[in-house]
Design a protein around this ligand. Structure first.
Ligand code: NAI
Length: 470
C-alpha cells in the first residue's frame, strides 16, 4: 500500500479505540496512538470513576437513611479504601481496552502525534522511549483527541486547592468542605456524590438555575434533593478569584454578583465550568484542517474534516461531548473508510445526568419540537403512581413522552431512579419512529419502573390506568 499504516487513529478514548477496533474488524490495517492512558477521559477520569464513586455514595446514603424501612445503620465511609476500589475498576477496564486492541491486531504507539504533511505525522514517544521523533505515514487518519476542563483565569489547576473533575475523581481523600463552581453536568453530579459521603458542599453558579440545558420542571426535583442533603446552592454568582486563608488554613473563594462580592471558605475549590476540545496538539492547521472559533475540528455529515482523508470524532469534533456519541461517530468513521453491510443511521443522542434522582433525555423536548413546527402531544406520569417506585421509596420524578401529531414518539424525559437505564426504551422508540400506542400495547413486566413508560405512552391518548389523565 506504500504507507506504514492504512489508518492512523490519534487518541485511545471511547472514540479512538472504538474506531480502531471497528476498522480492524473490517479488514483495515490500523495503528492507534495514545499519549497517556488507554480509555481516555471516560475510563480514567470521567464516566467510569465518577459512576463508581456515585454508586458507592448512593449505597452509603441509602443505608444511612433507611430508618423508615426499619433499617438502622450509620455507614462510615473510608474514602481511601473507596478510592482504591474505584482505581482498581478503572485499571481493570483500561487494561482490557489495551488487550482488546492488541487482540484485534491493532498496532499501538505510546506517544503523541502531530501532522507533518498530508500523509505523514511525527510521533513524540512517551518518556524513556528512544525512538522519539520518528515519522509514520498513513493513508487515512482519525482524530479522536478528546477534550479537557476549561479553567477560570487565576484558577490554576497546578495549585493544590484548585481541582478540576480529574483531581476530584483521583483524590485519595475527600475534603471536609468543598466549593463547587458551576452547576452543570459535572458540578451537580459531584456535589451530590461528595455530600452523600459527608462533605459539606456549596455550589456557586453564575446563572439563575442549575443545568442550563434543562427546564425548571426537571431541575427543581434535583435541587430539592440536594437541599435535603444540606448542599448550599448559590445562583447568580460568578467565581472571580481565590486566595489561601492564613487564619484557617483553608481557601477562600471570592464571588461576584450584580451588586455584591461574597466569600466562601473551604478545603478545595472544584471548578466545573465546561470542557474544551484538545485539537491544537495534532497541529491541524499545518495540513489545512479547519477549526471553529471554540477549537472544535470542523467536520461534514460523514465526519470528514476539511481534508477528505482525515476524520474527526468524539469530543474534539463538537458537542455534545458524550462517550456514547463518540462511540457512534467512531463506527460511522470506520465504515466510511471500510464500508460494510450494517446500517448506521444518524440518530437522537440520549443524555444522562447521574444526580439524585437521575435525569435522562432523548430527542426533542416539547419546546424544541414546537419550535421546529411540530404539533405535539404529551404523555406524562408522576413516579408516585408507579408501584415499583413506591416500593423503593423513590417517588420524586416523572416520565414524559413527546409525540408528533400522528403519535410518533419524537422525544422523552425521565427524572427518577434508573432514568439512565430506562431512557434506552424511549431512545429505541425514537430511532424506530414507534408510535405511542405501540409502546402502550407492549407488555411491560410488573412491578417495574419501566411500566411508567408504558403508562406515559397511554397518557398521550388519555388512557393511563394508574394515574389521572391530564
Ligand atoms: P457545563 O457546561 O455542563 O456547566 C458549566 C456551568 O458552569 C454552567 O452552568 C455555567 O453557567 C457555569 N459557570 C461558568 N463559569 C462560571 C463562573 N466563573 N462562576 C460560576 N459558574 C460558572 O460543564 P461541565 O459540568 O463542566 O461539563 C462539561 C461537559 O462534560 C458537558 O458539556 C458534558 O458534555 C460532559 N459531561 C457529561 C456528563 C453526563 O452526560 N452525565 C457528566 C459529566 C460531563
Amino acid at each position: 500500500m506504500g504507507y506504514d499504516t492504512e489508518v492512523l487513529v490519534i487518541g485511545g478514548g471511547p472514540a479512538g479505540y472504538t474506531a480502531a477496533i471497528r476498522a480492524s474488524q473490517l479488514g483495515v490495517d490500523v495503528t492507534l496512538a495514545e499519549k497517556d492512558a488507554y480509555g481516555g477521559t471516560c475510563l480514567n477520569t470521567g464516566c467510569i470513576p465518577s459512576k463508581a464513586l456515585i454508586s458507592a455514595a448512593n449505597m452509603a446514603h441509602e443505608a444511612g437513611t433507611a430508618a423508615q424501612m426499619g433499617i438502622d445503620a450509620n455507614p462510615i465511609v473510608d474514602y481511601s479504601t473507596l478510592s482504591n476500589w474505584k482505581s482498581n475498576i478503572v485499571s481493570q477496564f483500561t487494561r482490557s481496552v489495551e488487550k482488546l486492541c492488541k487482540a484485534n491486531n491493532i498496532s499501538l504507539i505510546d506517544g503523541e502525534v502531530q501532522f507533518e504533511s498530508d500523509h505523514t505525522a511525527t510521533v513524540t514517544r512517551t518518556e524513556g522511549d528512544e525512538s522519539n521523533g520518528t515519522s509514520i505515514s498513513f493513508q487515512y487518519a482519525i482524530i479522536a483527541t478528546g477534550s479537557k476542563p476549561i479553567s477560570i483565569p487565576g484558577f490554576n489547576y497546578e495549585d493544590e486547592p484548585i481541582w478540576n473533575s480529574s483531581h476530584a475523581l483521583t483524590a485519595s481523600s475527600s475534603p471536609d468542605e468543598l466549593v463547587v463552581v458551576g452547576a452543570g453536568y459535572i458540578g451537580m453530579e459531584l456535589a451530590t456524590m461528595f455530600s452523600k459521603i459527608g462533605t459539606d458542599v456549596t455550589v456557586i453558579e453564575a446563572l439563575d438555575d442549575a443545568l442550563p440545558a434543562y427546564g425548571s420542571d426537571v431541575t427543581h426535583v434535583v435541587k430539592k434533593r440536594l437541599k435535603e442533603l444540606g448542599v448550599d446552592l448559590q445562583f447568580g454568582e460568578r467565581a472571580a478569584s481565590w486566595n489561601e486563608s492564613t487564619d484557617t488554613g483553608q481557601v477562600e473563594l471570592v464571588t461576584e454578583s450584580v451588586d455584591e462580592k461574597k466569600t466562601y471558605l473551604s478545603d478545595r475549590i472544584l471548578v466545573a465550568i465546561g470542557r474544551e476540545p484538545i485539537s491544537e496538539t495534532v497541529a491541524p492547521e499545518k495540513i489545512g484542517i479547519t477549526r471553529d472559533d471554540r477549537g472544535f475540528i470542523e467536520t461534514d455529515g460523514s465526519l470528514r474534516t476539511s481534508r477528505d482523508h482525515i476524520f474527526a470524532i468524539g469530543d474534539v469534533a463538537g458537542e455534545p461531548m458524550l462517550a456514547h456519541k463518540a462511540n457512534h461517530e467512531a463506527i460511522r468513521a470506520a465504515r466510511s473508510i471500510a464500508p460494510d453491510e450494517s446500517s448506521v443511521s444518524a440518530c437522537a443522542v440520549p443524555s444522562v445526568i447521574f444526580t439524585d434522582p437521575e435525569i435522562a433525555t432523548v430527542g426533542y423536548t416539547q419546546e424544541e419540537a414546537e419550535a421546529d413546527g411540530y404539533d405535539t402531544r404529551i404523555g406524562e406520569i408522576p413516579l408516585r403512581s408507579n408501584g415499583r417506585a413506591l416500593s423503593m421509596a423513590e417517588t420524586d420524578g416523572f416520565v414524559r413522552i413527546i409525540t408528533s401529531q400522528n403519535g410518533s414518539i419524537i422525544g422523552g424525559t425521565i427524572v427518577g431512579p434508573e432514568a439512565s437505564e430506562l431512557i434506552s426504551e424511549i431512545a429505541l422508540a425514537v430511532q424506530l419512529e414507534a408510535k405511542a400506542e405501540q409502546v402502550a400495547a407492549t407488555i411491560h413486566p410488573h412491578p417495574t419502573l419501566a411500566e411508567a413508560i408504558k403508562e406515559a405512552a397511554e397518557n398521550v391518548r388519555d388512557k393511563a390506568i394508574h394515574s389521572l389523565n391530564r
